[in-house]
Design a protein around this ligand. Structure first.
Ligand code: TMP
Ligand code: ASP
Length: 234
């Protein structure tokens, strides 16, 4: 099988099935633009399973996604898209880079939620970008950005409610979108504790990659608990 792309947390393979690719979730965790790196045996499986659960719930709520089917523990089949080079971040609470850059108090609520774009470019450190600069650089059209915003905020309504049901606060998350050959926009990449912040609403305990970023506890135990709680909703 041909490796089409290898990133920090996933590998995309082309196995010749038209219009699709195989997405392999690695066990590696990185933070701070890969300055910090560690292997966690079983993380790939947990993220694949959590992401599958969330993409299935989102598809049922009318969000078009790239997910086709699970292949095995670490791999799924996804529709082939060209990734739009923008990271779409939605924030319900202040955390992470928002706290660091703007001096906001952690956990400050945002109602309505913040919709932000970052240029997907590791060499540049994924800088924040305005919608206008995204049009000017032909990264996406004005209509596409409007569509991304509608999708991102619908995802927020669905996932905020889902996580609230299992006793978790969805503080923020990152989404990626792609275009199919005919130009349809699909939610792509993954949604997992690598790409979200999930907190216990009372204790503020983390169940996401901050466990690793900030050496706050057992990453695998946090991710396992997220999957356990999601599976209990089925
Ligand atoms: P930030 O606080 O670092 O801006 O991150 C906001 C959210 O986006 C957080 O849930 C982590 C996620 N994220 C990624 O998934 N990938 C990234 O490269 C970055 C910078 C953030
Ligand atoms: N930017 C990602 C994160 O910290 C991963 C990385 O930077 O290596 O969430």
């Amino acid at each position: 099988m041909k490796i089409l792309y290898e990133g920090k947390a996933k590998i995309l393979f082309d196995d010749g099935v038209p219009g699709t690719l195989i997405q392999h979730f690695k066990d590696s965790a990185t933070a701070f633009n890969a300055e910090k790196k560690e292997e966690f045996e079983g993380k790939g499986f947990l993220n694949r399973a959590i992401s599958e659960h969330l993409f299935t719930v989102l598809a049922a709520a009318g969000i078009p996604t790239h997910f086709v089917e699970t292949i095995d523990g670490n791999r799924d089949r996804v529709r082939r898209v060209d990734i739009i080079p923008l990271e779409v971040v939605v924030r319900n609470r202040a955390a992470g880079s928002f706290v660091k850059r703007f001096g906001a108090p952690k956990n400050l609520p945002f109602v309505p939620p913040l919709f932000e774009l970052y240029l997907k470019d590791d060499a540049l450190g994924d800088p924040q970008i305005s919608p206008e600069a995204s049009f000017a650089l032909s990264l996406a059209t004005e209509e596409e950005i409007a569509q991304l915003k509608v999708f991102a905020l619908t995802v927020n309504e669905v996932l905020t409610a889902l996580f609230a049901k299992v006793g978790l606060l969805l503080a923020d998350y990152k989404l990626e979108f792609g275009r199919t050959a005919p130009g349809e926009i699909l939610l792509a990449d993954e949604i997992s504790p690598d790409t979200m912040r999930l907190w216990d609403p009372e204790t503020m305990e983390s169940f996401d990659k901050d466990l690793f970023r900030e050496d706050k506890g057992d990453l695998l135990a946090g991710y396992r608990e997220v999957l356990r709680r999601l599976e209990a909703t089925l």
